[in-house]
Design a protein around this ligand. Structure first.
Ligand code: ADP
Ligand code: MG
Length: 725
């Protein structure tokens, strides 16, 4: 072991579990204590202000300026009493992370001291000079103004000593520059469309909310070891590293006993989450060594997404306290599973009905089938777009590998629901189909269908979009993603589908058809039309790929090309008719995605070049020189045979030569790609000519790792990185 590596491995072994910060007492004592929630509002706001604010929150309307000052005053008092001295608008720019710029609560009064200052104006809206956030050309430098505006539907909270106010981030000309604006718009669109469809079944429904339950997967590595892996530090993944002889083959990590150091970290993290009102619920070891998962109880989608964004930030902070680094990269290590973020998605009415779950009455079940069919039909029509919502330079390593959903979107429904749809689809128009009073699905000619029950057992882990009894689970998302992106797409396409459905059913009703008959007729058409999206088999198999191509599903797997789906004419039309994105916004966002793709690959290429030429090749040469010296000396003594050493030298020669040759190629490819002005073309060039070399170079580096003296190998090996205790 090299001295540095030895020191770091030694440090890692000696890192002990850090003392946990969690106080005694019940979680209910501290749950949401750092959130300006309804309880806090009631306490810190006067009755009238509270009532107006509540209404604003429920309607997702902007806060009237008249009450903004009193809300701000109450919020400031609460925040200061809870240890805050700064405030910030907290938003989600297209970098993928969150942004904050802290301001002190006090301002100079011009007479040598300070006045506490936090007006309604500062709470509600701020101009931001943040012209260096990605904006895809929407804000060129002379129109560099943008502003952030409070989203009262997500409560303010305190992190450390800063009051964080969730805000949207908009260009001066009104275009969205973040994830929250389109997410909120998509929630409005689906609320509108779904409520109208609900009225076929229940006139009392006034609102339909979207729910999101995410499951966050992540890796932990020891901080000392992380610090001597430039690839982990700078790209979040290992660009090289031979597989450990033992990794996940024995399946002994999944749901196994959680290492002591990790449990301390998790408890601290959960405590922080609970104080921030994040309803964390589940924690466990994941499949790969050092891989874990955290899942909360699902919440309204906008809040759930803020909570996930917040979680990713605090995870990182808490991990450092525990001398870990948290890796949210989708594929930090080759040869073992990567990390995703499942998005569990459902719709619920203000009358308490989950539209994605079988109901208690025949009407509820017809309603459920209606929504379910609309969802899969939407997913069918926009399967390429849904894929576009989760592709990235980092998730590309995961999709299509035999562990994560394939890079083809299909829907799994399970045998029961599939059976119902198949029967509906063969119904003749004059058949009488209905759910009878006992909730049994009946059709003439088919005497009996089992009642629908919640079916949680029929799981298909290989499906990217699976119905799991009372929700759909979209599993293709990456661990580092902002969930808003897939949620925006899913909400919008389902809203568009429901709108179309309503229009056509209404036309049939106006033409004299009975309502239920019209609904069935339309559903039947849709079930037949979207059959291709339904796939209950093994999504990892090669046959599926060929089959999916035959079915006309989107099988493209080059990230830059998949992103084209955002700009398909019918997509642009769909988003704009749903009021979610304008063409300009879509173009800008696609631009940002291509640019981000290029930059990530560019950084990886640089780090790889640096590692191979500064770390690996020199060490290989040193070992080679030792061998050469030995062979030379051996040749001086008659009767000694140096053949196997010569073979070894040849191998090293071969691998280093290949590495050097391809490293040069890598530089050349970048030189060629860099001057390309068009972001799409540039991303394609990076994908086709730069990224393709990574695995080939790595192959030779990993071969060298196998044969070079362990005493001098510079980088911590997988077996050292991967087994926390
Ligand atoms: P699994 O790993 O088996 O999928 P988990 O318990 O880890 O199951 O995660 C299930 C996730 O689904 C949780 O976040 C949970 O809150 C969420 N969930 C459960 N019911 C719903 C629902 N109706 N709508 C949205 N999310 C839901
Ligand atoms: Mg799940």
């Amino acid at each position: 072991m090299s001295l540095l590596r030895f020191k770091m491995v030694d440090a890692a072994i000696n890192h002990r579990a850090v003392e946990v910060n969690v106080p005694d007492g019940r979680p209910s004592d501290y749950f949401a204590e750092k959130v300006f929630n309804r309880a806090a509002m009631r306490k810190y706001l006067d009755r009238k202000t509270f009532a107006i604010l509540l209404e604003t929150m429920e309607k997702r309307a902007p806060l009237p300026f008249e009450v903004a000052d009193s809300v701000a005053a109450g919020m400031r008092q609460w925040a200061m009493e809870h240890g805050a001295d700064h405030y910030t608008h907290w938003f989600q720019p297209l970098t993928g992370g969150t942004a904050e710029k802290h301001d002190f609560f006090a301002e100079p009064d011009g007479e040598g001291s300070v006045l506490e200052e936090f007006s309604g104006k500062l709470l509600v809206q701020q101009e931001s000079d943040a012209s260096s956030f990605p904006n895809g050309g929407i804000r060129n430098t002379f129109e560099a103004r943008g502003y952030s505006a409070w989203d009262p539907s997500s409560p303010a909270f305190i992190v450390d000593t800063t009051l964080c106010i969730p805000t949207v981030f908009i260009a001066y000309t009104g275009e969205a520059l973040d994830y929250k604006v389109p997410l909120l718009r998509s929630l409005t669109a689906i609320n509108r469309a779904a409520t109208e469809v609900c009225h076929y079944f229940d006139k009392n429904v006034q609102r339909v909310d979207t729910y999101l339950g995410w499951e966050q997967e992540y890796f932990l590595v020891d901080e000392s070891l992380w610090a001597v892996r430039p690839d982990l530090m700078l790209t979040g993944r290992t660009l090289m590293g031979h597989e450990s002889a033992k990794n996940q083959q024995l399946e002994d990590h999944y749901f196994g006993a959680i290492p002591t150091r990790v449990i301390s970290f998790m408890r601290d993290l959960e405590y922080e989450c609970l104080k921030l009102g994040i309803p964390v619920k589940t924690r466990h070891n994941e499949v790969a060594p050092n891989q874990f998962e955290l899942a909360p109880v699902y919440e309204e989608a906008n809040l759930a997404n803020d909570h996930n964004q917040l979680l990713m930030t605090i995870m990182d902070k808490i991990a450092r306290r525990h001398e870990f680094r948290v890796l949210l990269h989708e594929k930090p290590f080759k040869g073992i599973n990567g990390s995703g973020k499942h998005n569990n998605w459902s719709l619920g009415t203000d009358t308490g009905v989950n539209l994605m779950g079988p109901g208690k009455t025949p009407t509820e079940n017809l309603q459920f089938i209606t929504f379910l069919v609309n969802v899969i039909s939407a997913v069918y029509k926009y399967n390429g777009l849904l894929k576009a919502s989760i592709v990235s330079a980092t998730n590309a390593h995961r999709l299509g590998a035999n562990e994560a959903p394939p890079a083809i979107i299909s829907a799994f429904l399970g045998s029961q629901i599939s059976g119902v749809l198949d029967k509906l689809a063969v119904d003749r128009d004059d058949d009488d189909i209905r759910f009878d009073a006992k909730n049994v699905f009946k059709m003439s000619g088919i005497s009996h269908m089992p009642p629908l029950f919640r079916d949680n057992t029929d799981r298909n882990r290989t499906s990217p979009f699976a119905f799991t009894g009372n929700r759909f689970e979209f599993r293709a998302g990456g661990s580092s993603d902002n969930c808003a992106e897939p949620m925006i797409v899913l909400n919008s396409i389902v809203a568009a589908e429901l709108t179309q459905f309503k229009k056509e059913v209404d036309e049939m009703i106006e033409g004299g058809m009975k309502r239920e008959r019209a609904i069935y007729k339309k559903l039947k058409q849709m079930i037949n039309a979207c059959r291709a999206i339904r796939f209950d088999g093994n999504g990892y198999s090669d046959e599926w790929r060929r089959e999916a191509e035959r079915r006309g599903l989107d099988c493209e797997n080059s990230t830059p090309l998949v992103l084209d789906r955002y700009l398909d004419e019918r997509t642009v039309e769909m988003f704009s008719s749903m009021g979610v994105f304008s063409r300009v916004e879509l173009e800008a966002r696609a631009e940002v995605k291509w640019e981000t793709y290029t930059k990530k690959i560019q950084i990886e290429a640089r780090v790889l070049g640096d590692l191979t030429m500064n770390h690996i090749v020199p060490i290989a040469s040193r070992y080679e020189a030792m061998l050469l010296d030995k062979v030379y000396k051996m040749s001086q003594i008659p009767g000694l045979n140096a053949q196997s050493d010569i073979e070894l030298i040849k191998k090293i020669q071969n691998h280093t030569a290949q590495i050097q040759r391809m490293s040069d190629e890598l530089v050349e490819a970048r030189k060629k790609a860099n001057p390309i002005e068009d972001q799409r073309q540039k991303a394609i060039a990076y994908h086709d000519t730069v990224a393709v070399l990574f695995d080939e170079i790595r192959y030779h580096v990993d071969k060298l790792e196998e044969i070079i003296d362990d005493q001098i190998w510079p980088l911590p090996k997988y077996r050292e990185l991967l087994f926390l205790r």
